[in-house]
Structures are given as structure tokens and as C-alpha cells.
Ligand binder design. Structure first.
Ligand SMILES: Nc1ncnc2c1ncn2[C@@H]1O[C@H](COP(=O)(O)OP(=O)(O)OP(=O)(O)O)[C@@H](O)[C@H]1O
Length: 610
């Protein structure tokens, strides 16, 4: 009986408890829902909160009497002022104005309700005007906050507060995986990652399988072109400095920016580091030519390419930068007998256009180097920094192969020129003497077989433009295989325009580049540069040029044709309508410029000057 009574009591207690629990649960649920909704719609509710608060402040003040009634209104005004100040710091001009109107309206409403009472006309006006003034706010905040309640409740959300980004597969990555990285394909197990857009294509990082080296990517460049359906020369593979050999950077060009000529826009030599832009790469980077390293002395240069590849224009640009600077003193040896760089003849201090004059010029610079030894001693060693008082002496030798290689046809031995160039290349650096050579092929053979010259030039700026045949001992390589041989560079772009200026520069970046085009080198400004005092004391050689040289000596240029023969050829060419200027006649007859000039002088003088 007692037990039955106890159990009935427990049941009654349990039922009451259950009812109480379910009421609490329902209250909690409603509370949570209210919080959720208020969070979601908090922006939209803000004007209503403001109006209600203003009404409440006014009502509180009207219920009080005496000076105490001012307290709620003062507090309300302070809050409105604070809210305006907060908005003012963060909002734009119009939003600040809107916040100002709202704050003033709230303050005025509070005061009006305080005077008129909580149910008077002032209260109705507060709500009516407040609602109208809130319309722009509501229009602007029509969208509620995203409802992330469910996401926040999930365990994943607890690990990371950030919403998950869908892993959208990149079509280029998919293509790589399917046609290159899949088993049985060219690079099984390889992955394309970190794809980013470029103005003319895209770039990515390729990760290869363990045991693979990035060089293997170079061997499958054609396959990559085929996978992405592109013409030749649009894929470039490069090592990533400091990264694993299993990774490489791949640049894929969907269009070729190098087809467009990029013009030189005036001197840009940076006197603080001795460099200026010479080429632009396929992905838009500028590659610099360097005259000197700060604190490291002069650097040398080599420019190579077949006729018509744009080699002379590169020399023109180098000379234009040198001529415009008050820190560079350019001297020219034109191995093309004055035909390659004629527009510089009258602009530089010394212009040698015969082998004999070239020797004189080189001997003179060797003497200048001796004189600078004293300056270097005075300085206490190191290297001479080019400055307006101690300019870099720059020797530019075009068609250098003609002066450096022995001439098998004539038996001319040019070993003395080689030795002088070697000495200048090896020792000139610290005395502020730079050497820039132009040859048709970037090989030691064209440097007269001089490995000394090859090594010294490779330490400077090396530019390789198009060549005709595969080169053994190509200098445009830093050990890593080239993306393509210089002989593989096309002579014309797919649109039929010539590829002049197209090539590579020996840098960490093995990517096609094109030289900037200087259109009128002869019109560029020339800054008068004076040699330093030690060098200025050295007597300048007298360069006799081509005409006088024949009177002085014929030791380095044996005449292949007899005088009468040469004159007859010239007369025949003029008779056949060729212009009577030396360049046209040289091209027409195949004679050297010196021979043509001598013959013309003889014909004009009516005698035999040859
Ligand atoms: N970077 C370039 N962009 C566009 N056109 C160029 C560029 N470089 C050269 N050219 C054009 O190619 C022509 C030939 O150039 P350049 O005389 O420099 O060739 P080269 O290799 O020195 O040939 P050559 O040995 O016959 O003188 C120039 O007149 C110029 O119009």
C-alpha cells in the first residue's frame, strides 16, 4: 500500500517534471530561434531599435518631473551623438550624412516625446517619420545574413571557421593528368599544380615522380604543345631556384607577345647598378644588359646572330645607352670595314674600320689600362667604379670573328688581336674597361678558339639571336639544356613577319626574348664624356681609315684582285645602274668596302689609288 502510494507519488512528480522540462525546452527553443532571427535580421531591425529606444527615452523623461527629466534625454542625445561619431569614422560621405540625419532625428524625437508624453502626437510623428526615413536603409539591406546555423553545428565547422571552398578542377590540370601524368603517358605520376594566369597564357608548377629530374620535362615539350594544342615555341620549362629538382616552372603561351615589336623608349641606364633593359621575355619580363656591377668592376658582353637576325640593332642600342651616359666612353672597332656601324663613325672618339686601325685602338686601350693601374693603386685596390670622372671605357667590336679568327684564305694570322682582347677581357674588369663583341655564332671557334675569351664573356651578358646551323660549343647555356637550339628559332612568325631580334639571353631564365628596337640610333643624344686625368695624358692614336691605310701598309689585307679588275667591276656596276655609293657597290660587286672606296677615289681622281 505504502509502496503503491510512493510509486503513485513518483509518477505524479515524474509527470509534473516532464511537463516542466518540455515547457523549458520549448522556451529555450523559442529563445534560440529569436536569437537566430535577430542575428540574421539585425541590420534590418536596427532602425526599429533606434526608434523604440528614442520613444522609451522620451517616455522615461516625460514620466519624471523637474531637472531629473533632463537626465534620460541627455543620455539619449549622448548615445545618438556617439552612434553618429562611430559611423562618421567608417562610412562614406553620403552614409555619414544619412547617419547625421538619423542621429539628429532621434535626439529631436526624444525631446519631443519628453515634452508631449509617450502617447501624444510627437510619439506618432517619431514612428511615422522614423519609418519613412528607414526606407533607404531597408532597401539597401534587403538580403538577410546567410544562415549558417547548421554549418556551425557540424563537427567540420568546429575544426575550421572558414566555409569550405568547392575544389573546382582546372581544365588544364585535368588535361595534364589525363594525357601526361597518367600511367603509360609521357610523364607518369607527374602533377600540374599552382596554375596562375598570365596576360598571354598561364604558368604552373610541375611536380615529377621520385627519381625524375626536371630536365625530363624539356624532352617532352613537343608532347606538352600537342596536349594543349599549341604551335611550336609556346612552352617554356625552367628550374625553380632553390626548389627540388623534381619540380619545374612551366610557362605556356596561348598567344605570342613577341610577335609585336617593342620599341626602345630612350636611355635607361641605371648609374647605380650599371644595367639597362635590352630584351623583353615572352612572359613580359625585362632582361638587362650590364656595363658594370656596383663594386665589382666592368662586365663584358657577347652578341651573336646571323645576318639579318638583329645583331647590329642590339649593338646600336648598347652604343646609344653608352653614348647618352656620362659614365661610359665608347670606342668602336667595325670588323665590317665600316659598313656595320657607319652612323657611329663621327660620334665616337675612335672608330677603327680596318684591321690595322683595330690593332692600334686595342694597343691604345691596353696603354690606358696601364695608366689606370696607378689610379687603382691610389685607391688601394678593389676595382674602379665608373663615374663621370672615371668613365667605363667600352670597346664594341662588330664582326669580331673576322678579327679574331685566322683567315685561311689570305693566311692572315690574328693571334695578336686575340691576345690583346684576352688581356683586356681578363684584366680590364677592375680597371673599368669593358669589351662587347659581336659574332655570327656564339661559339669559341668564332672567338678564334680562345677559351679565355669564351669564359670571360660568359661571365657577362650573352645574347644569342637566330643562327643558321646547330652550334657546337654554344655559349648560350648555363649547363641546363636549352628549351630549343638557336638554330631552331624560326626566321618568321606564323603571321609572316620576320623574327628579327628574337633569341635568348644567358640568365637564370631560359625563355625566348626579343631585343628592344632602336629605330634611329643616329639621332640619339650624345653626352660628351671625358677620360680621367691619367688616361687623358695618353696620346690618342691616329686612325688612318680605309683609304689612307692602303698607302701605309697592306700587311693585314692582301689584295685579292688587281687594280684594273676592281675598277672595271665598279664601272660595270655603275654602268648597269647601281648607285655610285660605296655600300651599294660593295653589295653589288662583292668587293670589300675598302676596295670600293679606293677604286672610287681613283676613278674620281682619274688616277690609280689602289
Ligand atoms: N628587335 C627588333 N625588332 C624588330 N625589328 C628588328 C629588331 N632588330 C632588328 N630589326 C630589324 O631588322 C633589320 C636588320 O637588323 P640588323 O641590321 O640589326 O641585323 P644584323 O643581324 O645586324 O644583320 P647584318 O649583319 O646584315 O647587319 C633592321 O633594319 C630592323 O628593321
Amino acid at each position: 500500500m505504502i509502496q503503491a502510494t510512493r510509486s503513485a507519488g513518483r509518477e505524479a512528480t515524474g509527470t509534473a517534471g516532464t511537463e516542466q522540462n518540455s515547457t523549458t525546452d520549448a522556451a529555450l527553443l523559442v529563445g534560440r530561434e529569436a536569437v537566430r532571427l535577430s542575428k540574421r535580421w539585425r541590420r534590418q531591425a536596427l532602425p526599429l531599435v533606434g526608434i523604440s529606444a528614442s520613444h522609451a527615452v522620451g517616455a522615461a523623461a516625460s514620466a519624471m518631473s523637474g531637472p531629473a527629466a533632463l537626465l534620460p534625454v541627455a543620455a539619449g542625445w549622448a548615445t545618438a551623438g556617439g552612434a553618429y561619431g562611430y559611423a562618421r569614422q567608417r562610412a562614406s560621405r553620403w552614409n555619414r550624412l544619412y547617419a547625421g540625419i538619423a542621429a539628429f532625428g532621434a535626439a529631436a524625437g526624444q525631446a519631443a516625446v519628453a515634452v508631449d508624453g509617450p502617447t501624444g502626437i510627437a510619439a506618432s510623428l517619431l514612428w511615422g517619420v522614423g519609418a519613412v526615413a528607414s526606407v533607404p536603409w531597408w532597401v539597401r539591406h534587403t538580403e538577410p545574413e546567410p544562415d549558417v546555423t547548421a554549418e556551425l553545428a557540424s563537427p567540420a565547422a568546429k575544426q575550421s571557421a572558414l566555409p569550405a571552398v568547392p575544389n573546382a578542377a582546372d581544365a588544364r590540370v585535368e588535361r595534364w593528368e589525363k594525357h601526361l601524368g597518367a600511367s603509360g603517358k609521357a610523364l607518369p605520376g607527374s602533377k600540374l599544380t599552382r596554375v596562375s594566369e598570365l596576360p598571354f597564357g598561364w604558368r604552373g608548377v610541375v611536380e615529377l615522380n621520385i627519381g625524375e629530374h626536371w630536365h625530363s620535362l624539356l624532352k617532352v615539350q613537343q608532347t606538352i604543345l600537342s596536349v594543349y594544342d599549341l604551335p611550336d615555341g609556346r612552352v617554356f620549362v625552367e628550374a625553380i631556384p632553390g626548389a627540388s629538382v623534381r619540380t619545374a616552372q612551366i610557362t605556356v603561351l596561348t598567344s605570342d607577345p613577341l610577335q609585336e615589336v617593342v620599341r626602345w623608349e630612350g636611355p635607361q641606364l641605371d648609374p647605380s647598378d650599371g644595367s639597362f633593359p635590352l630584351m623583353t621575355t615572352a612572359d613580359g619580363e625585362r632582361l638587362d644588359f650590364r656595363f658594370w656591377w656596383p663594386g665589382g668592376g666592368a662586365t663584358h658582353g657577347l652578341v651573336s646572330g646571323v645576318q639579318g637576325s638583329g645583331k647590329t640593332k642590339v649593338l646600336d642600342l648598347i652604343l646609344a645607352e653608352a653614348a647618352a651616359s656620362d659614365r661610359v666612353y665608347p670606342l668602336i672597332v667595325d670588323g665590317g670595314e665600316g659598313a656595320s656601324l657607319p652612323h657611329w663613325r663621327k660620334r665616337v672618339k675612335l672608330f677603327a674600320e680596318t684591321p690595322k686601325d683595330a690593332r692600334k685602338l686595342l694597343r691604345y686601350v691596353l696603354r690606358l689600362m696601364d695608366r689606370r693601374r696607378k689610379a687603382l693603386k691610389r685607391q688601394g685596390g678593389g676595382s674602379l667604379e665608373p663615374s663621370p670622372k672615371m668613365p667605363l671605357i667600352l670597346i664594341v667590336i662588330d664582326e669580331a670573328h673576322k678579327l679574331l679568327m685566322n683567315d685561311e684564305d689570305t693566311g692572315a694570322d690574328n693571334s695578336d688581336v686575340r691576345r690583346m682582347c684576352e688581356k683586356l677581357a681578363q684584366e680590364g674588369r677592375k680597371y673599368g674597361i669593358g669589351l662587347v663583341l659581336a659574332t655570327q655564332v656564339p661559339s669559341a671557334k668564332q672567338l678564334g678558339g680562345s677559351t679565355v675569351l669564351r669564359d670571360q664573356l660568359k661571365g657577362g651578358t650573352v645574347v644569342g639571336l637566330r643562327v643558321n646551323e646547330r652550334t657546337s660549343g654554344n655559349m648560350i647555356t648555363s649547363g641546363a639544356p636549352m628549351p630549343e637550339g638557336l638554330h631552331e628559332l624560326p626566321a618568321v612568325f606564323p603571321d609572316g613577319r620576320p623574327t628579327r631580334g628574337l633569341g635568348y639571353m644567358l640568365t637564370a631564365r631560359m625563355i625566348r626574348a626579343r631585343s628592344l628596337l632602336i629605330e634611329h640610333p643616329e639621332q640619339q643624344e650624345f653626352t660628351e664624356t671625358l677620360l680621367d686625368r691619367d688616361c687623358a695624358a695618353e696620346a690618342e692614336p691616329t686612325l688612318v681609315g680605309d683609304v689612307d691605310e692602303s698607302l701605309a701598309t697592306t700587311e693585314t689585307e692582301p689584295m685579292a684582285e688587281d687594280t684594273a679588275n676592281i675598277q672595271r667591276k665598279i664601272e660595270d656596276a655603275i654602268g648597269a645602274g647601281t648607285n655610285a655609293d660605296p655600300l651599294s657597290l660593295m653589295q653589288e660587286t662583292g668587293l670589300s668596302l675598302a676596295q670600293v672606296r679606293r677604286a672610287l677615289a681613283a676613278l674620281e681622281g682619274g688616277g690609280d689609288a689602289c
